[in-house]
Design a protein around this ligand. Sequence first.
Ligand code: ADP
Length: 538
Amino acid sequence: APDTPHRAATLLDEDELHRQLHEHSGPDRPLPPELFVELFEKRVSGAPDDLAAAHRGESWTYGELNARANRVAHALLAAGLRTEDPVAVSMERELDWIAAMLGVFKAGGAYLPVRPDFPADRIGTQLGRAGCSFALSKTGSDASVSEAVRTGDRPCALLRMEEIEAAGHPSTDPRVELAPDGLAYIYFTSGSTGEPKGAMCEHAGMLNHLFMKLDDIELEPGDVVTQTASQCFDISLWQVASPLLVGGSTRIIDTERQLDVASFVAELAEGGVQAIQVVPAYLDVMVSHLTQHPVDLADLRTVSVTGEALKLELVRRWFALYPGIRLVNAYGATEVSDDTMHEVLSEVPVRDFVSVGRSLRNVHTYVLDRDLRLAPLGAPGEIAFSGVAVGRGYINDPERTAAAFVEDPYRPGTRMYRTGDFGRWLPEGRIEFLGRRDEQVKIRGFRIEIGDIENKLLRMPGVREAAVVIEGAEGRDRNLVAFYNGADTLRGEEISAFLGTLLPDYMVPTYFHRLDPLPLTENGKVNKKMLTRLAGTL
Ligand code: ADP
């Protein structure tokens, strides 16, 4: 029974235990008997001429996309692919990439995207780690993957999209039987040790996530989602696949166009786009641009923001410009099939920070102490998830899998994923995000969470972005150094005094530097390594 008292339960009274184990879970939404592939194929037979995907003025209907994906699937099956075999896909973000992705799913393979511009060495490491025997590419996107295949330890068949199209494979649905707990995809994330980890997710978890995005954006037939995320980010999966479940379509935006924010905004202003998803740093750039050059964003209904903490300041600036376009703070991790909690905002929240919201459908959320005991409501702890969204772990990496994926003590027989994120329950089943476990540091003997300091720094009026790093060698006298992006009238003393009202003295940074913009990693997160180096030189 789900109520089986764990030794942890003794810390909480009955009422609180019940609340934490049940009321804080996302709504129960049984999944349909079909998985993504079958649901997509149903859409194809219902409306084959509807628009499915567009890129640079070229567009494919559901029927066309399905036929191409089917030929890919048949080619993989003919090459000997068996269910759950990983298939590396090295492709630019273009229409063929979508056909390749769906083709892998249809053939029962595990989709493993790599980026054509990654060095061969990095692709080789990932293929090797995954034990990959199949790769899909296209002339022009195949240089690194070809080299990785050639120099790898095991044979790997490289199929090119042109060859597949020319080979005359059937266009009919291959109808490979897929299991809900079958392996659907593998995304490599950079591990904190520098060695990439291949997070594996299953078909049911993937479908659950595709549906939860639809809950948020209320997509209807004919609606459009922009495809902006890198192929190597799980975000790109829902941007492509969620619309295909409801008769909507995805529109690929080239990276160059996104980098030119004026151009991206112009595209939105032309109309026809209902939903976008960006990282906070990009939203910040968009908002700055839109403040200078206000435009009507036409059909846009939902702006989903993910990957890093969303600051109240940015939310305020957004609603000052677009009170009618809701913001979703989407929180989750690759290991749990992407988002697991959302805060949907139609206006500036009353709290002085933005929560990551409530648990999503079929997700159970816990806040735990280091012995996996439930933390009392309001007390900080590690955020963990259980339920269908939880992936299988890291491919061929039992050690790091065991560290993060454990049996759920509250729902025996199921997996639980420990995020390494800290948070605490707010009333009404929301969570306040408090930063990363792995940024826990010690200064003069005091234990400090960097994220905690940054969260408070972001509450300082005028501060838009903030990052705190440690200056000095471990074991020596070290200092906290704060970098922020915000009003140039702010002075270090003022910020320090403000923080002194929210934090113990030892958590208030010694130095404050204004930096506009903060440097980002390729995934759009603040580049802490670079800031740490910089702190040592200032
Ligand atoms: P995603 O694909 O959602 O960006 P990643 O696997 O790349 O997920 O990173 C997951 C981590 O990113 C989380 O554990 C958390 O530390 C951080 N993160 C993701 N979304 C948010 C958010 N909305 N607010 C704060 N942190 C977030």
